[in-house]
Design a protein around this ligand. Structure first.
Ligand code: NAP
Ligand code: ZN
Length: 351
């Protein structure tokens, strides 16, 4: 065992605070990683506060991890000490079902092991995430960070990036595709950059008129204010794919008429009861409502390589770990441009 330090929520009400714990000794196929940066996802906040009624405490959040390999187990073949690597939302799965076989480990029939708030498949111990100084992960779930990607800004690709990349690929977005992105936050701003990188025509559908200039700078072609009924009327039947990143329960009915025939609105945000909607909105044009969870390991590597090739990086505000509770409050107010990233060197102040 090695001694680790991180920040944990001890229950759904308390702020995150320093927490000492142990990481396992390396198994044969394990990689030990010194964590340099970790992105702050809205899911971290949901889980720290037990919004999804499945949190286990103490809870060390963090699933947008980048760092350097410090040691490898004897059977590790693809990773070496000193290598720049990353870990996303999963650290294990059964690796033998049909979903794992096709690279969709996030939909493992036996359930993937999540990076935090999960249970180790061998010991049943709680998994602890990236708001910490180091982590031990089996090789299959460790990604390679291409040399040209800036480590400080790469972290959000591991969740915000892959969660929006996966539906863009599934629905075959490319040059000429008309993509709408609801919510310009961590996920939304990556959806804009990635869809634009794939050559799509991109519209940000937002509640915040003040984000218009940013949206255009990020690569959107235009902005549609969801609170403006006239603009929403004009936008009817004009999208092939809409990615909905809204983090709370919300009415999707106003967005459905924006879909063109045989087009899809994919929910990646709120995990909650959504208000009912009139079936005529989707039945009429054979429109679809879908969902999408994160993404597989191979497609995450594909995303990292794509971002390196196209020089696409998240917009980040780097914080010290001691500022995490204030960052959560700002994220709740949608006051982040567009992802907080924790510099884990700041943990030294709590040792
Ligand atoms: P975020 O940075 O807080 O961004 C959410 C954005 O949604 C806000 O910036 C805001 O954009 C819009 N919004 C917020 N409240 C709204 C409301 N009441 N009505 C309409 N729009 C609202 O959050 P994030 O990190 O991108 O995460 C978004 C959601 O995705 C979270 O619920 C998270 O748990 C979930 N998530 C899912 C997966 C998955 O696997 N499917 C993976 C990661 C995260 P505007 O100001 O532009 O309106
Ligand atoms: Zn996330």
């Amino acid at each position: 065992m090695t001694q680790a330090i991180g920040y944990a929520a001890k229950d759904a009400q308390s702020p995150l605070a320093p927490f000492h714990f142990e990481r396992r000794d390396l198994r044969d196929e394990d990689v030990a990683i010194e964590i340099l940066y970790c992105g702050v996802c809205h899911s971290d906040l949901h889980q720290a506060r037990n919004d999804w009624h499945s949190s286990m405490y103490p809870l060390v959040p963090g699933h947008e991890i980048v760092g350097t390999v410090t040691a490898v187990g004897p059977k590790v073949s693809k990773m070496a000490v000193g290598q720049k690597v990353a870990v996303g939302c999963m650290v294990d799965s059964c690796l033998s079902c049909d979903q794992c076989d096709r690279g969709m480990e996030q939909m493992c029939r036996k359930g993937a092991t999540m990076t935090y708030n999960g249970k180790d498949r061998q010991t049943g111990d709680l998994t602890f995430g990236g708001y910490s100084d180091h982590i031990v992960v089996r090789e299959e779930f460790v990604l390679t960070v291409p040399d040209s990607l800036d480590m400080e800004r790469a972290a959000p690709l591991l969740c915000a990036g892959i969660t929006t990349w996966s539906p863009l690929r599934e629905w075959k977005v490319g040059p000429g595709s008309r993509v709408g992105v609801i919510g310009l936050g961590g996920l939304g701003h990556m959806a804009v950059k990635l869809a634009a990188g794939l050559g799509a025509d991109v519209t940000v559908i937002t509640t915040s008129p003040e984000k218009e200039a940013d949206a255009l700078k990020l690569g959107a072609n235009r902005v549609l204010l969801s609170k403006d009924p006239e603009a929403m009327k004009k936008g009817r039947s004009s999208f092939d794919l809409i990615i909905d990143t809204v983090p709370v329960a919300h009415d999707i009915q106003p967005y459905l008429p924006l879909l063109d025939v045989e087009s899809t609105l994919v929910l990646v945000g709120a995990i909650d009861m959504l208000p009912s909607f009139h079936s005529g909105h989707i039945l009429g044009g054979r429109r679809r409502i879908a969902g999408s969870p994160i993404g597989g390991i191979a497609e995450t590597q594909e995303l990292l390589d794509f971002c390196a090739e196209k020089n696409i990086l998240p917009e980040c505000e780097t914080i010290a770990i001691q500022d995490i509770n204030g960052a959560y409050e700002r994220m709740e107010r949608s006051d982040v441009k567009y992802r907080f990233v924790i510099d884990l060197a700041s943990l030294s102040a709590d040792r």
